[in-house]
Every structure is written in C-alpha cells, then in structure tokens.
Design a protein around this ligand. Sequence first.
Ligand SMILES: Nc1ncnc2c1ncn2[C@@H]1O[C@H](COP(=O)(O)OP(=O)(O)OP(=O)(O)O)[C@@H](O)[C@H]1O
Length: 334
Amino acid sequence: MMGRTEVRDGTGGTGDAVIRLDGVCKVFDVYRRTGLLRRERREVRAVDGISFEVARGETVGYIGPNGAGKSTTIKMLTGILVPSGGSVRVAGIDPSRERTRLARRIGVVFGQRTTLWWDLPLRDSYDLVRRMYRVEPARFRANLDRCVDLLDLGPLLEVPVRQLSLGQRMRGDIAAALLHDPEVLYLDEPTIGLDVISKAKVRQFLAEVKAAGATTVLLTTHDLTDIEQLCERVMVIDHGRLVHDGDLAGLHAVGASERVLVVDFARELPAVDVPGARTVRVEGPRQWLSFPASASAAPLVAEVAARYPLVDLSVREPAIEEVIARLYGDRASL
Ligand SMILES: Nc1ncnc2c1ncn2[C@@H]1O[C@H](COP(=O)(O)OP(=O)(O)OP(=O)(O)O)[C@@H](O)[C@H]1O
C-alpha cells in the first residue's frame, strides 16, 4: 500500500526530511454521561500510529474523511497538541516542547478561521506579523511585494479584515503565513467555500510557492482538484491510520474510482452505448456516463461527439470520500 520508494539514511530516515513522524498516536479521553452521577470514560484514538516523512520542498496532500485525524495531526505538527506516543520532528524541532521556536519556522493557514486581526487593515496585520517574528525590513518588503503582486492584494491592503470577502481574506491569510519565510507551510482547507476564481488564484499562487522550491507544504483539503494541481504525493488517513502514501493515480487505481461525464444532447435519446463508459443515469436530454478516473476523458468525449448530437458536457470528479470508501470497501473484502 505504501507506494513510495524512499532512500533511507543510516539514521532510519531520509536525508532531507523536514517533517518526520514516527509511530505517532493521539488518544483523547471522552466522557459520556450514563446516569445522574455516572459517566463513562471512552478512549478515542484520533491518530493511531502514523509514520511518514516529507522532504524539503515537497508539496504533499493529506486527505481523509471527516474525523479521520487530519486536524489532530496538524495540531501535533504545530505543537498545539502533545502526542500520546511516538515522535514528531519539524525542521529538527520537537513541536510540543519548543512551540515558540518552531513558530518562526512554520506558517499555518486554517481555511475555517482567520489568523489576521479582525478590525485592522491587512497592512497593519502584516506589520504585526513582521514585529512578532522580527522579520528583517528588506526581507519583509520583498516578501510582501511578492505576495501583493501574486495574490492581487494591492487594493485590499487598507481594508479592515472584517470587510473582506472570504476569498480575499483567504488570500490575505496565505500572505500572512509566508511573510516570515517559513520552511514549512500547513494549509488546512485553503480553498473551502471559495468561488471558482478565488480558488484558481489561490492554487496558482501555491503553484508558484511550490515552483520556488524553498517551502515544504502539507495540504489538507476535501477538493481533489487542489491535490491534482499541486501534489505529486498524497497521503490518506482514515480512522487515525495512514492507508495510502503515493501518487493520486495510485489512489484512484487502488480505490477503483470513477469519474462521470455529464452530457447534454439536443434531444432525448435512449441510453448511449460507447466503449470505455457505462451510462448510469438518463434524465430527459441529459445523460451521466461513468468511466475509470485513471482514464483520459478526451477519447470518450470525441466518441460521444462524433456519434450523438452533443450540446454541452462537464466532467465530475469523484469525491475524496467516495474514493476512500471504495478503498476501504476493497480492503475490507481482502
Ligand atoms: N479535543 C478533542 N477531544 C476529544 N475528541 C477529539 C478532540 N479532537 C478531535 N477529537 C476526535 O478525534 C477524531 C479525529 O478528529 P480530527 O479533528 O483530527 O479529524 P479531521 O480528519 O480533521 O476531520 P475533519 O475533516 O472533520 O476536520 C474525531 O473522532 C474527533 O471527534
């Protein structure tokens, strides 16, 4: 299952790993009231023996269904939570022991909440970041100019954060996380709730960060397009365990997932019959054709267009949950 080949050094790890987890666990005690004065203790193993390494400059997707343990992992990587077992190193630092020292070396973006100051204009928030991390002025200016340029922040710098749209705020948050040149960037759902244009801007910016090669990125998302556009490697966590570590194609192959071509014809037709796909739904002139996610849609589209009066089409990606459900279905039947 672990589809990655790693060159190990004598210390049991890869030479240039910036993030290193070895047998990491996090157990929460959860109490449930069972009577007037009685409560029952239950253990939740949110992370259950995870080991992986991420090399310098890699952008890795970290995905899984709700409650899988992604946020718990990221909280251990930032030092907010102390692991119940195993060891964590980020840039050579044990996060829970040296959280403040680590903070200078990492950047964190949570899609669900902002790290910016709500009532301050973006520019003032950035100035506070500069002072907090004691970023050298010339470096700060260069980083800010680059972010303003690539994230289109120019017209927003004087606007208080609370007046920004979600997409604008997210771009502002991403810039704030990078102004101190972190070696490692954690992105927790950076495109959640964004419109198509904002999503594209965020992805394009992250692609530039990746191309520059200096930052190691761990990306948590429910949007497979984020992964497809940014990550050669994807790790899947479910029930606190790593169930896949490899490329996205490998995940689709293992999960036997399917994409759906939605076609609109000029008129109602019986279910179409084209090689490499099966028609799974017909509704008036619209039909849904399922085909393997690992296959290209191009030959299928060409075939349909050549044989039928095609008016419009779109391709629907499988949801991560669906891929993982299949992956698990397959494993359960082994
Ligand atoms: N502080 C806590 N106390 C008790 N249980 C917790 C706590 N934090 C997380 N859990 C539990 O640990 C498990 C993993 O949660 P976690 O938030 O890491 O999942 P996730 O993969 O980030 O999910 P989501 O995609 O919904 O954010 C869940 O069962 C959750 O209920």
